[in-house]
Ligand binder design. Structure first.
Ligand code: AGP
Length: 613
């Protein structure tokens, strides 16, 4: 969603802010802007434009500004359409205060009306403008910038990550956070703020991760962090271990393609880290989920959003099958409002790449209030979900920049394999011999993925053949159906194609009416025991004129009789196929999006990390 970057130091802030904003583009946005303190004019200059950061750059080229203090923002519209006026930063009425904000101020109308009654004039439709005006309102009373920010924060409800500057205090940026990520980057004679690490990775790896309700006062040589009672808080420096290359495209046309091709490494990194070297089980490092903990648990609940939810559905299948523990599952936005049946005997597993998804975070907090034990499967180290969960399994996928999740999904699925195996071993539902059989198969996964990736040129050819499809159906059974759901989501997200995933056996109960001459049906049939059943559904759609692209397991040559095109995945243990069967789907969606001329890494209307409800 929105992105924030801020700078104070001796450099010209403008290029630092613009480069930072470019690094945040992946989060999804519709406008961008900067506010920079001009030392000669002794005023804050704001430049903001609807559209891409490039538009902002051209505007700054035409009207250059320079200064050593600045804040920048990429906006993803929530209140008010994307426009120059609604873009951030927002000024207070006298242009004394400028604010960038991620999140939603829920009581902004109330604040706006009160300030309007006192003569304040508003020019945008945003909720953010009320923060700038409110800070100014308190500043006018006391002349104390820090105090004005504290007072304003007492009045606002909702979620925020804020960067605030004041014309009369050009020695500082004030940052504040509640339910939205914000970090302070620590340099030598310069400091930064950012909503996400890539924005400042070029300058520093040393950071403070702000907690909810903390306020940071940042000068070029010092950072002080306060709690809401204005008491100073001492924090540990968190050193980011990403390489800069990890956040670059490294010669690939798109981040998404690069991330697809990183999957063998991501999977092997996870396996190397998680399998005990002597083959006797799984080491989940920080999580304390042993026999005595598991004895208290009588059910699990898996909660996540989007792709992470589909990884969770693989987990549900495996925990039920291997551990014989009943598992409920829900998307987080539903779970939050349904009064879920959970208690202290429920293990709630939340899954999130970003660790900041608002619905997942709130679902987790609800689970904690009900006394459930919360285990989070998270990619971004130090993110809010990771910090607040009882236990964390990090998915070790490195930074995922493309909005469409690929390698993070694979890492989440591997985490689900490992977690279910761990629970099955701890609860004696699986013998070491059975575990060893699966472990050996898992160790082959990176090389299997590499084999599938060599089929990319074929998949590109399928794209050329099916590029005119208007509706695409994904059908499969059991774990293959879960794979279909993820494949269909990916096609929607980046190719903007209507597609529906169906449990193959459900087709006859209605959706088959939609199948007509040349409708593309992607059939996933990797589960040997369900293969014949799925093939009978494939025959049904073929009989109605559909074109069929099949994903099946090597050796099932029956596929070739009925499919127009097919991709084989290497033979593996049946519980491991979702990881492999999904890779051709990722490539297919990718090539379709490229073929249709779409912005693959930054698809329309989408944000990488959905930090509002
Ligand atoms: C995946 O391709 C999507 N961009 C989206 O569904 C995503 O998985 C979802 O928003 C959850 O995000 P999270 O993993 O960061 O919580």
């Amino acid at each position: 969603m929105c992105g924030i970057v801020g700078y104070i130091g001796n450099r010209n802030a403008v290029p630092v802010l613009l480069q930072g904003l470019e690094k945040l583009e992946y989060r999804g946005y519709d406008s961008a802007g900067v506010a920079v303190f001009d030392e000669r004019e002794k005023k804050i200059c704001v430049c903001k434009k609807k559209g891409r950061v490039e538009n902002l750059e051209s505007a700054l080229y035409d009207n250059p500004v320079k200064g050593r203090l600045g804040i920048g923002h990429t906006r993803w519209a929530t209140h008010g359409v994307p426009s120059d006026i609604n873009a951030h930063p927002h000024f207070s009425g006298s242009e004394n205060v400028a604010v960038v904000h991620n999140g939603i101020i829920e009581n902004y109308m109330e604040i706006k009306e009160i300030l309007q009654s006192k003569g304040f004039e508003f020019i945008s439709d945003t909720d953010t403008e009320c923060v700038a005006q409110l800070v100014e309102y308190y500043y006018d009373q006391s002349g104390d910038f820090n105090d004005a920010v504290f007072k304003a924060l007492e009045k606002v409800d909702g979620s925020y990550a804020l960067g605030i500057i004041c014309k009369d205090f050009p020695d500082r940026i004030i940052a504040a956070k509640k339910n939205g990520p914000l970090i302070v980057g620590l340099g030598q004679g310069e400091n930064f703020i950012a909503s996400d690490m890539p924005a400042i990775l070029k300058y520093t790896r040393n950071t403070y991760i702000l907690e909810d309700n903390e306020v940071a006062v940042i000068t070029k040589d010092d950072v002080k962090i306060y709690n809401p009672d204005k008491e100073e808080v001492k924090k540990n420096v968190y050193v980011v271990d990403w390489s800069i290359e990890a956040a670059e495209k490294s010669g690939y046309d798109h981040f998404m393609l690069k991330e697809i091709f990183e999957q063998p490494k991501v999977v092997s990194d996870n396996l190397n880290r998680r399998f005990k070297p002597d083959g006797s089980g799984i080491q989940l490092d920080d999580i304390k989920l042993f026999r005595e903990d598991l004895e208290k648990i009588n059910k699990a609940y898996i909660v996540a959003c989007g792709t992470a939810y589909y990884a969770g559905l693989v987990g549900k299948f495996l925990i039920e099958k291997l551990c014989r523990i009943p598992v409920n599952s829900d998307v987080a936005s539903e779970f939050r409002y349904k009064d879920p049946l959970i208690d202290e005997n429920t293990l709630v597993i939340v899954i999130s790449q970003s660790g900041e998804t608002a619905d997942t975070l709130e679902a987790m907090r609800l689970a904690k209030r009900r006394g459930s034990r919360v285990l989070a499967v998270v990619n971004v180290v130090g993110s809010t979900i990771a910090r607040e969960a009882d236990d964390v399994i990090y998915t070790l996928a490195g930074p995922e920049i493309a909005v469409a999740s690929t390698k993070a999904f694979s890492a989440q699925v591997v985490a689900m394999f490992l977690l279910s195996l761990h629970i099955a071993l701890e609860t004696d539902k699986m013998s070491l011999e059975e575990f060893d059989e699966i472990r050996r198969e898992m160790l082959k996964l990176p090389s299997h993925i590499n084999k599938i990736l060599t089929q990319a040129p074929n998949i590109k050819r399928f794209m050329e053949k099916y590029i005119d499809s208007k509706n695409v159906f994904y059908i499969g059974r059991g774990l293959d159906y879960v794979v279909c759901r993820e494949g269909s989501l990916k096609l929607k997200e980046i190719a903007y194609l209507h597609s529906e995933p169906y449990a193959a056996g459900e087709l006859k109960h209605g959706p088959i009416a939609l199948i007509e001459e040349s409708t593309l049906v992607i059939g996933v049939a990797t589960q040997q025991e369900l293969f014949a059943k799925t093939m009978s559904n494939i025959k049904e759609v073929k009989a109605r004129g559909a074109k069929v692209l099949m994903i099946a397991m090597q050796g099932n040559t029956e596929t070739e009789k009925y499919a127009d095109d097919y991709i084989y995945i290497p033979k593996t243990h049946p519980i491991l196929t979702p990881l492999l069967a999904n890779i051709p789907q990722q490539l297919f969606a990718y090539y379709m999006a490229v073929g249709l001329g779409n912005d693959v890494d930054k698809p329309r209307n989408l944000a990488k990390s959905v930090t509002v409800e």
